[in-house]
Ligand binder design. Structure first.
Ligand SMILES: Nc1ncnc2c1ncn2[C@@H]1O[C@H](COP(=O)(O)OP(=O)(O)O)[C@@H](O)[C@H]1O
Ligand SMILES: [Mg+2]
Length: 350
C-alpha cells in the first residue's frame, strides 16, 4: 500500500494527466486504486466527467478526523475509485489556518483503507491541501515538462518535499521527477532532460511521457486513453511509468528511504518555497546545442496519430515562475501530532 502525491508548484506540467493515467494504468495492472482531487479547481474531476460531490464527500471530507476511508462514498471512473473536488475546498481554505491543519489527511489515511495505491492530485499552489497530501504520502511524483519554468517549479517542489520530510514526515521517500509532454524533435527538451538526469540521477524516472494528443482528447471526454486508444503512445508511456513506480513504491520490501540522488539544497527554515533556486537550470538559449540524443525520451514512437506541432520556444531570458506564497501557515518545525479533534464539523459545514 502506498500513498503517492503528484505535485509540482508550476501549473500545466501534467499533474492531473499523470494522476488520471497512472491511476488507470495501475488499475489495469490489477491494483486497487483511489484518486483524490485536491485541486480546488477540480480539473481532474471534470476531466473524468464526474459530478461534483457534496463537500463532505469531496477531498475535504477526508480532513475530518471521523472520516473512514473504508466507508467513504466514492465515484467510479477509469477503472479506479475517485474522490472528487468540490467548490467548498476553496471556501474551506480560510478555516484551515492552524499549523496542525496539515496533518488531517494523514490521520485518515493511517486509520486504514483497502487500496493498494492512493494517488493525490494537487494544485500548483502550495496550499494547505498540497501540504496535507505531502504529509500523508509515502512517495511524491513531480511531473515536469522539460522547459524552463516547469523545471524551476519542479526544483522548488523537490526542495519543499525535502522540508516536509525533514520536519513533518520522515517516512517520505525522496521524490522522483517524471518527464512529461516530451517532444523528441525539440533540442531544448533533450537538454533539460539531461540537466535533470545529471543533477538528480535516480531522482528522475527512466520513463518519459511523450506528447500524445490522445491523452488530451481522452481527458476532454471524461475517459482515459485506455478506453479510447489503448495503443497510443501516451497509454504505453503511462503504463511503463506505472510499472516503474510500482517497482519501487509498491514492492513488498520497499521502505521509504533516501535517494541516491543528491539531497535538496540545504533548506532554509522559511519560507517553504523560495524564489532562490540555488542552481537554476540553464536558459535554453545559453545551453550548448545538444547532440542527437539517444535517450528514451528522444526516441520516436510509431504512433503517427499522436504527433503534435512543436511548441514555440520560450522568450529569451524568460524569468522563473515567481515563488508562490504559502496560502496557509504551512507547518511548525516541531509540531506534535495533535490529539485529533474538530475536523469537518470544525469547518462549519462548508
Ligand atoms: N503527454 C501529454 N501530451 C499532450 N498533452 C498533454 C500531455 N500531458 C498533459 N497534456 C495537456 O497539457 C495540459 C496541462 O496538463 P495537466 O495535466 O492539466 O497539467 P497540471 O495538472 O499540471 O496543470 C492539458 O491540456 C493536458 O491535456
Ligand atoms: Mg491539474
Amino acid at each position: 500500500m502506498s500513498v503517492i502525491s503528484v505535485c509540482n508548484h508550476k501549473g500545466g506540467t501534467g499533474k492531473t494527466t499523470t494522476s488520471i493515467h497512472l491511476a488507470a494504468a495501475l488499475a489495469l495492472q490489477g491494483r486497487r486504486v483511489l484518486v483524490v482531487d485536491f485541486d480546488p479547481q477540480g480539473f481532474l474531476t471534470r476531466m473524468l466527467g464526474a459530478a461534483e460531490p457534496k463537500p463532505e464527500h469531496s477531498g475535504l471530507g477526508l480532513l475530518d478526523p471521523q472520516a473512514d476511508l473504508r466507508a467513504f462514498p466514492v465515484q467510479r471512473a477509469g477503472g479506479f475509485d475517485l474522490i472528487g473536488a468540490s467548490m467548498a475546498l476553496t471556501k474551506a481554505l480560510r478555516a484551515l489556518t492552524k499549523p496542525t491543519d496539515v496533518l488531517w489527511l494523514r490521520e485518515t489515511v493511517r486509520a486504514g483503507h483497502d487500496y493498494d495505491v492512493v494517488l493525490l492530485d494537487t494544485a500548483a499552489a502550495l496550499s494547505v491541501y498540497t501540504m496535507n497530501a505531502l504529509v500523508a504520502s509515502d512517495h511524491v511524483v513531480i511531473p515536469v515538462t522539460p522547459e524552463y519554468q516547469p523545471v524551476v517549479g519542479a526544483e522548488q517542489t523537490w526542495q519543499t518535499v525535502g522540508l516536509v520530510r525533514d520536519k513533518l514526515n520522515p517516512a517520505l521517500a525522496g521524490p522522483r521527477f517524471l518527464l512529461t509532454q516530451v517532444d523528441a524533435r525539440l533540442n531544448r527538451h533533450a537538454r533539460y532532460a539531461e540537466y535533470l538526469r545529471e543533477k538528480y540521477g535516480e531522482g528522475v524516472l527512466q520513463t518519459p511521457i511523450r506528447t500524445s494528443s490522445s491523452l488530451a482528447a481522452a481527458s476532454r471526454d471524461g475517459r482515459t486513453v485506455y478506453d479510447i486508444q489503448p495503443t497510443a503512445r501516451g497509454a504505453l508511456d503511462y503504463q511503463e511509468a506505472a510499472r516503474e513506480i510500482a517497482g519501487y513504491a509498491l514492492a513488498e520490501a520497499s521502505a521509504p528511504g533516501p535517494l541516491a540522488a543528491p539531497a535538496p539544497e540545504p533548506a532554509a527554515p522559511e519560507p517553504v518555497v523560495s524564489n532562490a533556486t540555488s542552481s537554476p537550470p540553464p536558459a535554453p538559449q545559453a545551453a550548448p546545442p545538444s547532440p542527437e540524443s539517444p535517450r528514451p525520451e528522444a526516441a520516436p514512437h510509431g504512433d503517427g496519430a499522436d504527433r503534435q506541432a512543436a511548441p514555440e520556444p520560450p522568450p529569451a531570458g524568460a524569468p522563473a515562475e515567481p515563488a508562490r506564497q504559502p496560502s496557509a501557515p504551512v507547518h511548525q518545525p516541531d509540531a506534535p501530532t495533535p490529539a485529533v479533534a474538530g475536523g469537518w464539523t470544525r469547518l462549519g459545514g462548508l
